[in-house]
Design a protein around this ligand. Sequence first.
Ligand code: NOJ
Length: 470
Amino acid sequence: MDTTKKWWQKEVIYQIHPASFKDSNNDGVGDLQGIISKLSYLHDLGITMIWLSPIYCSPMVDNDYDISDYQQINPRFGTMADFDALLAQAKALGIKVIMDLVINHTSDQHKWFQKAIQDPNSKYRDYYILRPGKDGHAPNNWRSNFGSGSAWSLLPGEKNLYYHHVFSPQQPDLNWENPELRQALYRMINWWLAKGLAGFRIDAITFIKKDQDFADITPDGKDGLGKVKRKAENRPGIAALLHELRVNTFDKYDAITVGEASGVPYEQLTQFIGPQGYFSMIFDFHYADVDIESGSEWFKRTHWTVSEFKQLLFRSQLAIQKVGWGANFLENHDQPRSVSKYIKDPKYQNQIGATALALLYFLLRGTPFIYQGQELGMVNAKRQTIAEFDDVSSHNNYARALAEGYSKTAALGFVNQRSRDNARTPFQWDNTVNAGFNEGHQPWLGLAQHCDQFNYANEKDDPYSTYQFY
Ligand code: NOJ
């Protein structure tokens, strides 16, 4: 591989899930002013870059991964002036900012989709993937990624015209076959880069190319459907799209790009992260999904061993080292807390286990990504009923486990272990009300049970704490 270091190989990246970091106005939702108020905390921790999970306008069906306006800030999080202040104040501390770029799909509330619904002759109909149904059913038997049934829904107002969604029905997929749509996305991306972003983490990017035959597949579940990824994840033809994306946007700004690129086999890594690759680095999920058979079906649990985990991790490292640079992570907003997931012995599901994991991954080659709260050794929450979950895929996974014949208790168990809400509980700052997340208003998602044990106030002066280790 090319041995000259790129500027972004020296970064330590910290992921913020804005709704859960710090709520400055006590409305129950974390916000940009909250992040600004904690910049010195991040600076002291030693990070050099913030990755902000989405803060765009959104009806929040999927925690802002359903965007209704790419160039406006969601009022729940603040204003564009707040964002500009964050960028400037972070810069003053030597901290760069990257944002989440969600361009596989929009929200169904995006004006493009709304115009497509309202006017059959609108050019926006071709911004999305519309197909007539077959015999009164969806165009094919693809199952959406969140386990929420078909990857097709009827276009409102139509009797036999469906739109495609890899994720929830409120997240219609964009039609990347349309050059005008692609140019509109590039303009938006360049607008953000010109504002001073250092780059992007790029959401679900291997899903932008669908097999254009839109053919049925052999079912792989009792619902008669087959996983959409078999026809829409890293499919032939994606190379041209990813190359075009890069040269029209990121290259012009020497931006850092971190692809959420599931479904890339190691043999194809050069194309993705080699010297001429589409991205600076990509996340490799092969080892992160050691506990389940596939990232999207939580009831299919494996009986993994530590030695298997080690093999997967080494395999990943060796494959990446050959061609490029890695994006190392233990946690993110989609994963359970790493102490609860990777440490099997409950005796060590604490600061000892969290510190051991930290040691393990800081010594890997690549850029470390720290997910908020990981530096405190935050652990999974335990919820008694499905109603306590917010996450759309937790609800769908629960329903799907029931449909596959599991009991309610078992289904709840799978969801508790794997739910994305494990990572999304409010950050644990101290021992005051709501662990210091805000001043008492009920947070949008309940706190994890161990907040009075694992929190910044308790750990900051303890030489043996996970925080001190980080
Ligand atoms: C991957 C993101 O990490 C996840 O949170 C989101 O739900 C899906 N992509 C859809 O955007």
